[in-house]
Design a protein around this ligand. Structure first.
Ligand SMILES: [Zn+2]
Ligand SMILES: [Zn+2]
Length: 274
């Protein structure tokens, strides 16, 4: 376990619209916390109605990563990735955007549903979405978006697979895992078939679910279906949250199955020592 918690594979610097702290500040914090590896997954938002559409400055981001790699050399492995807000209507734009950017990891996350008009990851937006739709509809549409993200073949990792629970857990009818078993199974089977890693995201421990994303039954089902590849990330949006909750998240994962933790280099999984 010691090796695993020396890598945080999901952090946001100020290249993300909601991130604080520079790439360099994160790297310094990583070294001071004894990490060997960090992966930046800056938000990539391409939905035209999103106020932060195309906020990421890809050239400046690549330059900051190059500078940090030169500075930290053999003290820290620094990976450059993006967390793409997936929408089925954006597949072409996403593919074009990531082409030739040299990203180590392209992660997919669902933050918007109902074709883009329903936010689920920010509280005000989520409450508006929940006010306009029945709980059943919200969960069904959310997981259909995740299934489409898997089918798209665009992603190396699926982030926080049940993020809808962040606000759903208190504001929607109780989530019934069994009602969505069919869709979840389809999602996880697709990930196993395409060798897409499942992210264990410790931010859920800091948020309302008070458990990592995804929840334990989803981790167990992934394992039962032959899923092995996982990544571990804090989803820190400030250096102070770097690596928070990773050890606890790994303990949860270990109870669900014998997984193979990986990081990504040039979009290829690399084993992490455990
Ligand atoms: Zn996210
Ligand atoms: Zn994130």
């Amino acid at each position: 376990m010691a090796g695993l918690i020396r890598a945080d594979l999901h952090v946001h610097s100020s290249f993300s619209f909601d991130g604080q702290g520079t790439v360099q500040e994160y790297c310094e914090k990583a070294v001071s916390r004894g990490l060997q590896e960090i992966c930046f997954l800056e938000h990539l938002d391409l939905y035209p109605q999103d106020p932060y559409c195309r906020y990421l400055d890809a050239a400046a981001y690549a330059a900051a990563i190059a500078e940090a790699r030169a500075k930290f050399q053999d003290r820290l492995l620094i990976r450059m990735g993006v967390e793409v807000t997936y929408l089925p209507s954006l597949e072409k734009e996403i593919a074009e955007y990531i082409e030739g950017k040299g990203y180590d990891c392209v992660a997919g996350g669902v933050h918007l549903i109902f074709g883009g008009e329903g936010g689920i990851s920010e509280e005000m937006e989520a409450l508006e979405t929940f006010a306009r739709h029945e709980a059943e509809e919200v969960y069904a549409d959310y997981f259909e978006h995740v299934a489409a993200a898997v089918r798209s073949g665009l992603f190396d990792v699926i982030c926080h697979l049940d993020l809808v629970q962040r606000y759903g857990i208190h504001h929607l009818a109780q989530f019934e895992y069994g009602r969505f078993y069919g869709t979840l199974r389809l999602i996880l089977e697709g990930m196993v078939k395409r060798e897409i890693a499942l992210e264990i995201n410790s931010s859920g421990l800091r948020q309302t679910p008070q458990a990592p994303y995804p929840s334990a039954p989803i981790l167990q089902l992934y394992y039962e279906l032959g899923g092995q590849l996982i990544t571990l990330g804090s989803d820190a949006h400030q250096p102070g949250h770097l690596a928070e909750g990773l050890a606890e998240s790994w303990e949860v994962a270990e109870k669900a199955g014998r997984f193979r933790p990986v990081s990504f280099q040039a979009r290829t999984p690399v084993p992490l020592e455990s």
